[in-house]
Design a protein around this ligand. Structure first.
Ligand SMILES: Nc1ncnc2c1ncn2[C@@H]1O[C@H](COP(=O)(O)OP(=O)(O)O)[C@@H](O)[C@H]1O
Ligand SMILES: Nc1ccn([C@H]2C[C@H](O)[C@@H](COP(=O)(O)OP(=O)(O)O)O2)c(=O)n1
Length: 229
């Protein structure tokens, strides 16, 4: 293990939208006593700020300038965490479908990826962290001690999102939600910079027919075995 990892190993969890990354990472981090870093929330925060500033999705010069002036922090409160941008709590605002779609576009831009890459490396370098996202095992920490690539079928991921949205009182259809999931997959997988793909040494986990508890138990066992080895 690298000498910089004074707090423990780095665990990377990548995968498409709705695979279960956030839910599992939160629980796994608690069990292991590790810090949870939700990198999707960081991209969402940049997307929200760009929307507020009226910056076009492909205006790299203004996006670079925006990123230079942004400080993103996670404020922990028990199991929950708040996302702060320059001290403002944006936790709720970054979770809308609209910001999600904009994030998929903004996160494809090079200056945004470069700025967040530096922030994420700084947050995780000491170890004792689980980072979840799309490019953690391939780009951010290719030397992470444990890597997972968590997937599920598009239909199942769409169904999970649909249930979430319905519970929030949003009027959406199942077909439309699955279509949006497929569209986001395509954008994330086909982009030029840091596309969504499995690192060769990542452990694949297909959660289509697994419960959250089953995925959690498998990942916890795998991390503990790797740490012991
Ligand atoms: N294995 C699973 N079985 C059933 N539902 C799940 C499973 N994993 C996650 N979910 C649910 O699916 C939704 C999306 O999960 P989330 O953790 O937000 O995914 P991601 O972070 O990969 O986008 C949540 O409502 C979550 O409770
Ligand atoms: N490390 C990351 C994390 C997220 N992204 C992008 C890809 C996604 O479309 C958006 C939003 O990510 P997020 O994980 O919050 O989205 P979901 O919860 O999976 O719907 O950000 C990325 O490009 N790189």
């Amino acid at each position: 293990m690298s000498a910089q990892r004074t707090n423990g190993v780095i665990v990377a969890i990548d995968g498409p939208s709705g695979a279960g990354k956030s839910s599992i990472t939160k629980l796994l981090a608690k069990r292991l006593g590790y810090l949870h870093i939700d990198t999707g929330a960081m991209f969402r925060a940049v997307a929200l700020m760009s929307q507020r500033a009226g910056i076009a999705c492909d205006d790299d010069a203004r996006l670079a300038e925006l990123c230079r002036g942004i400080e993103i922090e996670f404020e922990r409160e028990g199991e929950a965490y708040r996302v702060l941008v320059n001290g403002e709590d944006v936790s709720r605002e970054i979770r809308t479908e609209e910001v999600g779609l904009l994030t998929s576009c903004i996160s494809a831009r090079k200056p945004v990826r470069e700025a967040l890459l530096q922030m994420q490396r700084k947050m995780g370098v000491k170890g004792g962290v689980i980072l979840e996202g799309r490019d953690i095992g391939t780009v951010v920490f290719p030397d992470a001690e444990v890597k997972f690539f968590l997937t599920a079928s598009a239909e199942e991921r769409g169904r999970r999102r649909y249930l979430e949205l319905v519970a929030r009182g949003e009027a959406v259809s199942l077909e439309e939600t699955i279509e949006k999931v497929v569209c986001r997959d395509r954008q994330d997988e086909s982009r030029e910079h840091a596309p969504l793909k499995r690192a060769e040494d990542a452990v694949p986990v297909d959660s289509t027919a697994m419960t959250i508890d089953e995925v959690l138990a498998f990942m916890e066992k795998t991390v503990k075995e790797r740490v012991a080895a």
